[in-house]
Write a protein that binds this ligand. Structure first.
Ligand SMILES: Cc1cc2nc3c(=O)[nH]c(=O)nc-3n(C[C@H](O)[C@H](O)[C@H](O)COP(=O)(O)O)c2cc1C
Length: 152
C-alpha cells in the first residue's frame, strides 16, 4: 500500500473540550446519498479512545504547505501536551471539533457505525457539514513512506 499515493488529512476530535488531532490517510467516501465517510483508526491510538467517546470527527484535508502539521499530528501526543500551539484553528459550527484554517476543506461527521476489524476500527460517519477552505491550493500527498506534492 505504500506504493498507492494518497492525500493526507488531520482528523480532529475533542476530549472534555480539549482538541485532539491525528494525521491519517485511510479515508474513504462511502455513499453520496446520504453522504457518508469512513475513517480507519488504529485501536491503540489516543484518537481511537477519544473518538469512541466523542462520537464525531472532522476530516481536514491538508494543503502542500501543511507538512509540519502532518508531522506533528503523526506523533502520539500525551493528554497534557498542547498539540495546537502555533496552529491556526477554530471550532466548526456543527460539531465544535477543530477546523484547521489552512486546510483545503473540513468535513464534519457524526459517527453512524463502528466496525471493529483486527487492530483498527472503521468509523463510518454521516457528513453533517462541509466547510471549504483554501480549495485552490495544491494538496499534500503521501507516497512511498514520504510526503510529496502535486502541482495544480
Ligand atoms: C501519512 C500518515 C498516514 C497515517 N494514516 C493513519 C490512518 O489512516 N489510521 C491510523 O490509525 N493511523 C494513521 N497514521 C498514524 C498516526 O498518525 C499515528 O499513530 C499517531 O501517532 C496517532 O496519534 P494519537 O495516538 O495521538 O491518536 C498515519 C501516519 C502518517 C504519517
Amino acid at each position: 500500500m505504500r506504493h498507492l499515493p494518497t492525500g493526507v488529512v488531520a482528523l480532529t476530535t475533542r476530549c472534555q473540550g480539549r482538541p485532539h488531532a491525528m494525521t491519517m490517510n485511510a479515508v474513504l467516501s462511502v455513499s453520496t446519498d446520504p453522504p457518508t465517510l469512513l475513517v480507519s483508526v488504529g485501536t491503540r491510538t489516543r484518537t481511537h479512545e477519544i473518538l469512541d467517546r466523542n462520537g464525531s470527527y472532522t476530516v481536514n484535508v491538508l494543503a502542500r504547505d501543511q507538512r509540519e502539521q502532518a508531522e506533528r499530528f503523526a506523533e502520539s501526543a500525551p493528554m497534557e501536551a498542547d498539540q495546537f500551539a502555533g496552529v491556526r484553528w477554530r471550532p466548526t459550527p456543527a460539531t465544535g471539533n477543530p477546523l484547521l484554517l489552512d486546510s483545503l476543506v473540513a468535513i464534519d461527521c457524526r459517527v453512524r457505525r463502528r466496525i471493529r476489524l483486527g487492530d483498527h476500527t472503521l468509523f463510518v460517519g454521516d457528513v453533517v457539514d462541509v466547510v471549504p477552505g483554501r480549495v485552490a491550493e495544491p494538496p499534500l500527498i503521501f507516497t512511498g513512506g514520504r510526503y510529496a506534492t502535486a502541482g495544480r
